[in-house]
Design a protein around this ligand. Sequence first.
Ligand code: DQA
Length: 150
Amino acid sequence: MRHVVFLGGPNLDRLGEREPEKYGTTSWSELETMCETWAARAGCRVTFLQTNSEGELVEWIGHWSRQADSIVLNAAAYTHTSVAVRDAVAAAAAPVIELHLTNPDSREAFRRTNLLADVVAAGVRGFGIQGYRLALDGALALCASADESD
Ligand code: DQA
């Protein structure tokens, strides 16, 4: 069974109460339940983790990229600042899909700095919570096309 790991970076634990006009009113734990439902329908397994710590995120990317078929990463603010997260993604053993609830390019100028864009396999941005469903579909599609080219 395919295994997709969702990793969330800083402040995503406050989803639902954090700037709801931008990020919506669904909490991180509600989002986890939604992803589990979508995964069950698609016949795959998901792991859902969030941390506010840059080091932990780096360790998780290294660990889960060896254990799972794909990682869906919302690195949140570390997208714009972290060479360490970028290096972990560049070295990942499985494809990493970058996800943002909002479209960072249409926000403040500093969010246009993206240290991950050229090291990820694909990206989903600006679809809000539904982006997680799209990213799961995308992760499974990447796995299927990798199988075909074997
Ligand atoms: C975010 C966008 C980032 O710029 C921001 O720092 C976040 C959330 C998003 O999902 O839209 O924390 O990654």
